[in-house]
Ligand binder design. Structure first.
Ligand SMILES: NC(=O)c1ccc[n+]([C@@H]2O[C@H](COP(=O)([O-])OP(=O)(O)OC[C@H]3O[C@@H](n4cnc5c(N)ncnc54)[C@H](O)[C@@H]3O)[C@@H](O)[C@H]2O)c1
Ligand SMILES: [Zn+2]
Ligand SMILES: [Zn+2]
Length: 338
């Protein structure tokens, strides 16, 4: 089978690899679509923390079951499936508390384990979600969309609440869309005007804020001096994450969806006087995937116009470098396999 291997930073190579041999409880998946995200691009550029090479990238996956044994989930050959790429240990404190998304020994397909940039992949049956009826492209978007759905669910957003989402990249956009779906009034902040415009047209946010222009005054104005009761940071930018503390209403919450490799510091008096709740949000669970799938099926979330680029698997390598450049205006690339 064909496989694209990231041998080392800046080196992708197509090669002929052995077919995977499914173990007990696994199904053999014929990969049909792969979504490309920041993680895949950072891994290629060599600036993804804790990454080891060589690695087969790809964790946003849609496929069809090629072979599966007897199983308790009713999965059968020919079923179209989404893949939950977070492989948890099943026994740690987080797993025992139904939080496999933050397992102490987490291995993510395409990050810590080989992923889906190959014609076939073996996946544990309990990490597959039947998705027949949903377009394949949309199935590949369930994973990134679930990141936003999870952060929103975790934050407990209530209808009518004013929330601020900092960072209008693919991840921030998904947070905005699901916060809107829950009835929140959503303010989007970024330094990129085109991304702010897309937040308005796609996620239907209520107002946008240019972070490089007097954002504090604008937030005060837009909230009548109350400030947003939930602030999500989806920038992965340390300065933004530290500044986010000052935008949270008294009694409010700050949710870090974006992450960076380093320390976040903040003023305890500013934190304390607000009785602020600080949360991180990591990955997603099956529940989030199912919520996204039903929102996509009902048309509440528009997955089609989230896709900015489509490229066949055989041509992926020649385009890959360009997606790391801002001028490519990549939001979501979908790689197509026959
Ligand atoms: N929680 C999770 O499980 C999870 C999953 C995937 C990705 N992530 C993280 O989410 C973050 C966002 O991912 P993405 O793919 O959308 O990234 P991205 O780089 O495409 O988007 C980040 C956005 O933040 C904006 N930004 C940067 N600095 C800013 C500032 N100071 N003020 C306002 N806006 C600013 C950028 O202009 C950009 O539009 C990354 O840190 C990524 O690692 C988290
Ligand atoms: Zn991703
Ligand atoms: Zn675990």
């Amino acid at each position: 089978m064909k496989q694209i291997l990231c041998e080392r930073p800046h080196h992708l190579r197509m090669l002929e690899a052995e077919m995977p041999q499914p173990k007990e409880g696994e199904a053999l998946i014929r990969i049909r679509r792969i979504g490309i995200c920041g993680t895949d691009l950072h891994a290629f550029r060599g600036n993804q923390p804790y990454f080891t090479y060589p690695r087969v990238l790809g964790h946003e996956l849609a496929g069809v079951i090629e072979a599966v044994g007897e199983n308790q989930w009713g999965l059968k050959t020919g079923d179209q499936v989404a893949v939950i790429p977070y492989i948890e240990c099943g026994t740690c404190i987080a797993c025992r508390n139904a939080k496999p998304n933050c397992c102490t020994g987490m291995s993510v397909l395409g990050v810590h384990l080989d992923g889906g940039m190959q014609e076939f992949l073996s996946v544990p049956c309990d990490h597959l979600i039947p998705s027949t009826g949903l377009p394949l492209d949309h199935v590949a978007l369930l994973e990134p969309m679930s990141i936003g759905a999870h952060a929103v669910r975790r934050s407990g957003v209530e209808p009518g609440e004013t929330v601020l989402v900092i960072g209008a990249g693919p991840i921030g956009l998904t947070v905005m869309a699901f916060a809107r779906q829950r009835g929140a009034r959503v303010l989007a902040m970024d330094i990129n005007k085109e991304r702010l415009a897309f937040s308005q047209s796609w996620a239907k946010v209520d107002a946008t804020i240019n972070a490089s222009e007097q954002s504090m005054e604008r937030i005060v104005h837009l909230t009548n001096g109350d400030f947003p009761t939930i602030v999500f940071d989806a920038t992965g930018n340390a300065k933004s994450m530290m500044e986010a503390f000052q935008y949270v209403a008294h009694g409010g919450k700050l949710v870090f969806v974006g992450l960076f490799k380093g320390d976040v510091t903040f003023s305890d008096p500013e934190f304390h006087k607000r009785e602020m709740t600080l949360m991180s949000s990591r990955n997603a669970t099956r529940e989030d995937f199912l919520q996204v799938m039903s929102s996509a099926a009902s048309g509440e979330i528009d997955l089609e116009s989230f896709i900015s680029h489509r490229v066949p698997f055989d041509h992926m390598i020649e385009h890959y470098e360009s997606w790391t450049q801002p001028q490519s205006k990549v939001r979501k690339v979908i790689i197509e396999l026959p």
